[in-house]
Write a protein that binds this ligand. Structure first.
Ligand code: PLP
Length: 353
């Protein structure tokens, strides 16, 4: 694709192109000074019943969080969108770009389930191009599957549920040869040595990168996802998102976490060494037929009878993810890496099956 031919407004759905955003009370005042009284948003002036101060609407654009995040991720603030989990930008990608009954999107199974759910929710045609046997992108098949109505291609790397990273060259091949948007979902990038695609935004106007605070950052319960993209795409997302999509508590906790990046790095390094230890232990067990390479905080293993092992582990109070019937994951079990003690308990229960 010649970059000059990429035009975001021609990709947008017609009604999104011309949409006027909701103008919230908090949109209108960026600088808050103590001299002002705020009687504009129908809030409760006294405070919260818990004695805390969650009575005011949060910053709709999460400016303080983006400032800090920008430094940590080396991405300018105007290229950052924050969502209620990364599931929110996934859904907004459909709403912004994909017209029901006309457009289609491509996913590369086995992959993260929400792309398909969002396609179904938005009543959009989904085209599936299986990963190759070596779990990489079948670029030729993907390019053959694209037509003039293909708007999005979802690439998950490191991939869930297999755990491997797909090759950078192949993702770039898609970016160079597809006139729609390539979404690179990097939910597990912190557990990998790969450089993030967020550092390539200048090169590819059709690139969207997703990351999340739910995995390495330990904030799954607070729901905060990141999207990195061109200024033009971020501008559209700020128009179509719910005005206060990131609550005050989540913004505060994200700021605290961003001040503690060292702690995150420490947890990640323990999880990676536990992953490698678990891999070694499992590879010595005859009931394990194979272990998929993993750049993530989980391992996918292949056993003789996954359904049986899964059920019996539950009886020992160990819950893992059964992927037995998933394409290219035959008899697969996905195990999240826990603490050392949790991993030992899993190994013990697994050995006792
Ligand atoms: C590949 C991938 N993307 C996105 C998500 C969703 O993350 P979030 O918690 O930010 O919505 C997950 C969650 O498991 C995931 O595996």
């Amino acid at each position: 694709m010649e970059k000059s031919t990429f035009d975001i407004s021609s990709l947008l759905r017609e009604h999104i192109r011309t949409m006027t955003p909701y103008s919230s009370a908090r949109d209108e005042f960026e600088e808050v000074s103590d001299d002002f009284i705020f009687l504009d948003a129908n809030e409760n002036p006294f405070g919260t019943a818990t004695g805390e101060k969650y009575n005011r609407y949060p910053d709709p654009y999460q400016r303080a969080v983006k400032e800090k995040l920008s430094k940590v991720k080396h991405v300018p603030t105007e290229n950052i969108f924050l969502g209620n989990g990364s599931d929110e930008p996934i859904d907004l990608l459909f709403r912004a770009f994909v017209e029901s009954g006309k457009d289609n999107v491509i996913i590369l199974p086995p992959t993260y389930g929400m792309y398909q759910v969002s396609a179904a929710l938005n009543n959009v045609e989904l085209r599936k191009v299986s990963l190759t046997k070596s779990l990489d992108i079948d670029t030729e098949e993907v390019l053959n599957t694209i037509d003039q109505h293909t708007k999005l291609i979802f690439v998950c790397s490191p991939n869930n549920p297999t755990g491997n990273s797909v090759s950078v060259d192949r993702i770039e091949h898609l970016l160079n040869n597809f006139n729609g948007i390539v979404v690179v979902d990097e939910a597990y990038i912190d557990f990998s040595d790969q450089e993030s695609f967020s550092q390539k935004l200048d090169q590819y106007p059709n690139l969207v990168v997703l990351q999340t605070f739910s995995k390495a950052w330990g904030m799954a319960g607070l729901r905060l996802g990141m999207m990195f993209a061109s200024k033009e795409i971020i501008r559209v997302f700020n128009i179509i998102k719910p005005p206060y999509n990131i609550n005050q508590l989540t913004q505060e906790k994200a700021l605290e976490c961003l001040d503690n990046e060292d702690k995150v790095k420490e947890m990640v390094s323990v999880l990676i060494s536990e992953r490698e230890r678990l891999k070694d232990e499992l590879s010595s067990l005859p009931r394990v037929k194979s272990i998929y390479p993993s750049d993530a905080n989980f391992l996918l293993i292949q056993v003789e009878d996954a359904n049986n092992d899964y059920d019996r582990l539950i009886k020992s109070n160990v819950v893992i993810r059964n992927r037995a019937n998933v394409l290219l994951c035959d008899e697969g079990l996905r195990i999240s890496i826990g603490t050392k003690e949790e991993n030992n308990k899993f190994i013990e229960a697994f050995k006792a099956l």
